[in-house]
Design a protein around this ligand. Structure first.
Ligand SMILES: [Zn+2]
Length: 280
């Protein structure tokens, strides 16, 4: 499994500019929208347009190019237009592409929401994703160890503990849980399908959810323990299938389908986590 990264959505033509940096999605509250340019940065001006009943903020840059170009990524919509093209013409081009623009922005917004679900605030009361559920971090100096109590994760630390200490404790707990859960699921595949790795271990790779080596060992990213169990199952099935086929060919996907029939849905779900890798 490798990480393909996510490309900026681009209008089929004309071809536009630039790459992506930080998350800033532009659909916003119409009550606060103004039809005039609202700020002017070094690179262009920010404008608003109304597309399909939605107010949309976009950045307009003037360039020497000959056509109007659109780029959509986590920063939102950027329009590049020749200096001689009027705002009316730009507005008209936006209307022509309205459906495409809104669909791409919606995809980025969903992608961002999923990424945010994995980010943990290391403080008392913060939510923590665990096997698709949401637990609440609960710092309690009287607790003797880290343990789940109902929908809380109780951590035995003094209330003035630093975020780093909390992170260490919680990640330690998550890794232990990952070891238990993955081990049980690997055993299940061994019993029911006869696929058993020579050995397996946890990884904390930034770019892969799992990997399989030619020597029959597999590695699984412990952060998968944040996800619903069927996503964990899919990644395990994927890596186990590599024990027979060390490629992503037709035969490989047939094996994945035998082990985990709903793999297409799980693959699509994982594609929204480009930072940590996605299945192919
Ligand atoms: Zn693979």
């Amino acid at each position: 499994m490798t990480a393909p990264g996510r490309r900026a959505g681009r209008a089929p033509q004309p071809s536009p500019v630039e790459a992506a940096r930080q998350l800033n999605l532009p659909l916003f509250d119409p009550l606060h929208a103004s039809p005039a340019p609202i700020e002017r940065g070094p690179s262009g001006s920010t404008r608003v347009a109304r597309l399909c009943e939605q107010w949309l903020r976009y950045e307009l840059r003037r360039s020497k190019r000959r056509t109007i170009g659109f780029v959509i990524d986590e920063r939102g919509l950027r329009v590049t237009a020749p200096r001689w093209v009027s705002h009316v013409e730009i507005e008209s081009a936006l209307q022509d592409k309205a459906n495409w623009i809104l669909r791409k922005l919606g995809e980025w917004r969903a992608h961002q929401a999923r990424r945010e679900r994995l980010e943990v605030r290391w403080e008392h009361g913060a939510p923590l994703r665990y096997l698709g559920e949401t637990l609440t971090l609960c710092v309690d100096e009287n607790a003797r160890r880290t343990q789940r109590v109902g929908d809380r994760l109780v951590i035995g630390l003094p209330s003035q503990a630093r975020a780093e200490q909390l992170k260490d404790r919680v990640q330690c707990w998550l890794q232990a849980r990952a070891r238990d859960v993955f081990s049980e699921r690997i055993d299940w595949y061994g019993t029911h399908h006869g696929f058993t790795p020579r050995r397996w271990s946890l990884s904390s790779a930034r770019t892969r959810w799992g990997s399989c080596s030619a020597d029959g060992s597999i590695r699984l990213n412990w952060r998968l323990v944040h996800f619903p169990i069927d996503i964990v199952d899919y990644v395990i099935a994927h890596e186990l299938a590599h024990l027979r086929e060390l490629n992503h060919g037709t035969r490989f996907w047939q094996i994945v389908g035998d082990l985990f029939p709903e793999y297409e849905r799980a693959r699509a779900w994982l594609r929204d986590f480009p930072e940590d890798g996605a299945s192919r």
